[in-house]
Structures are given as structure tokens and as C-alpha cells.
Write a new protein. Structure first.
Length: 271
């Protein structure tokens, strides 16, 4: 039987409020007590260990400092919370400071080696590793379009974000697309990426958004398998996913285990 408490403890220790080396190009990190602030993403990003280490008025002041820091930059900021965080009134205090919750997701964790099966794709769909080169800009535009369609939002920020990570991340970052031929040319029907950390036991599976008309055909599972293969080859022990309700049941059937939830609380400046 899987010890989910041990998985959660390992997740907290290995993935939260840490500066991973080598540091990603284009990002700046700053500490405010136990809180880690990241500057240079499409919006500000802050997170703490499970326990922020402050209570009451001190916690309110910590929250206000992050809001005011990014307000001075004219940027939105995301405070990434987990369902087991302390203190228990953290989210209430975030709301009081003007932070609003976005959709919650389930954190699931599985063993890379067990997930590293051969990808199986439906007929007419090809899985491809997106790399630097002449076609990169077009690939990224199509990825952003697909993600925007899936979520009903503008995901144009992915173009610059993924470009930076592909061109500077080396072997620690990989983007994959599943493409299908259409009368107007190849269409990205799913896009996903893998974030590795040299010498660490955890890697993250991100993206994985699949166009509605292509769901239920095994494409998402194939994307998980291909990224798990790459992670296992690098000696990674665990894969972690912040799973939407579309993805969670698939991932749990594949053998990943739910350990907590995660909800981004976002403050946005008035334009």
C-alpha cells in the first residue's frame, strides 16, 4: 500500500519554496522570511513551505508586502497555496488582502519508472518533441492557441515563457506536442511539458491540455508515458502533476496518488 503521507512529506520537502540549481535564465528570486518571491514570469509568483511561520498581523503584513511589491511593478501576483497549508486562516487573510482564488487542482504523485510505458497514439496522431530551430516560433504560437481554446482564455504568454525555457533549460526542460493532420495542415491537439531538476527526485508534468474533440482517445496518457520515459532515463524517482478534474481520474487510473490540493490566489492591479 502506498504511504501517501510519506509522499506528501517528500513533496513538501523537495518542491516547495526552493531555488533549484542551475537557476532558470531570466528569473530573479528573493526571500522574504520563509516566503520565496519569483520575478520574471508572466505574473509574479510567491510560495512558502507548508507553514509560513507567521500568524495574525505578521501574516497580514507578509501578504501585503507581496501585493505591494508587485503593485509597484504593475504586475499581477499569484500566491500558490496547498490544501494542507498552515496557518489554517491563510486563505481567509489572502482574500482580505484582495487576492482571489482561481480553480483548485489536485496534486498527484507517481513513480516515474512505473509510468514509463511505450506511448500508444490513435491513428493519424503523431507525438513530437519541440526543439529550437526554424519552426519553434510557429510551434509555440500553435501551442498557445490550443491551450487558449481548451481553457477559454488568452494563453499568449506561453509563447515567451516556453521559448525562454526551451532555449535556456537544456536537457532539464522538454515540450511535446501531439499533432493530427487536417485539411489546413497539422493541428496541435495536445501540448505538454516536463520540468526536470538536475540531481533531484521530483520532476513536474505540466500542460497536457487536449482539445475537446480529441479527448478519450489515449492522447493524454501517451503524453504522460513519453515524459515519464524521459524522466526515468534521467533517474527521476517521482512525477508530480497539478491535475484538473479532467486529468485527475486518468492519472489516478495510471497509478498516481492524490496527496493534497493546490489553489492559486491571485491579486491583479486595476488597469
Amino acid at each position: 500500500m502506498t504511504d501517501t503521507a510519506a509522499l506528501l512529506a517528500a513533496y513538501d520537502e523537495n518542491t516547495r519554496a526552493r531555488i533549484h540549481e542551475p537557476r532558470p535564465a531570466g528569473l530573479t528570486f528573493e526571500w522574504d522570511g520563509t516566503l520565496l518571491r519569483t520575478i520574471g514570469m508572466h505574473r509574479g509568483f510567491v510560495e512558502t513551505p507548508r507553514d509560513a511561520g507567521v500568524r495574525g498581523a505578521e501574516l497580514d503584513a507578509l501578504i501585503a508586502r507581496q501585493r505591494d511589491y508587485f503593485a509597484a511593478r504593475g504586475e499581477a501576483v499569484e500566491w500558490k497555496t496547498r490544501g494542507h497549508d498552515l496557518p489554517e486562516d491563510l486563505t481567509e487573510r489572502l482574500r482580505a488582502a484582495g487576492f482571489e482564488p482561481e480553480d483548485s487542482e489536485t496534486v498527484v504523485i507517481g513513480e516515474a519508472a512505473a509510468l514509463a510505458t511505450e506511448p500508444v497514439l490513435p491513428e493519424g496522431v503523431m507525438l513530437r518533441h519541440v526543439t529550437e530551430g526554424e519552426g519553434l516560433a510557429d510551434d509555440l504560437r500553435r501551442i498557445a492557441k490550443t491551450h487558449g481554446t481548451v481553457w477559454g482564455e488568452d494563453h499568449g504568454y506561453l509563447i515567451d515563457d516556453l521559448s525562454r525555457r526551451i532555449t535556456t533549460g537544456g536537457d532539464d526542460f522538454a515540450v511535446f506536442v501531439a499533432e493530427a493532420e487536417t485539411p489546413s495542415g497539422p493541428e496541435v491537439v495536445c501540448a505538454a511539458w516536463l520540468a526536470l531538476r538536475e540531481g533531484e527526485d521530483f520532476a513536474g508534468l505540466w500542460g497536457g491540455s487536449t482539445l475537446a474533440e480529441w479527448r478519450g482517445r489515449g492522447i493524454y496518457r501517451a503524453m504522460v508515458a513519453r515524459r515519464a520515459q524521459m524522466a526515468a532515463q534521467r533517474g527521476v524517482k517521482y512525477l508530480q502533476v497539478d491535475a484538473s478534474e479532467n486529468s485527475r481520474p486518468i492519472l489516478q487510473r495510471l497509478g498516481l496518488h492524490a496527496v493534497t490540493t493546490t489553489t492559486p490566489y491571485v491579486w491583479t492591479p486595476v488597469r
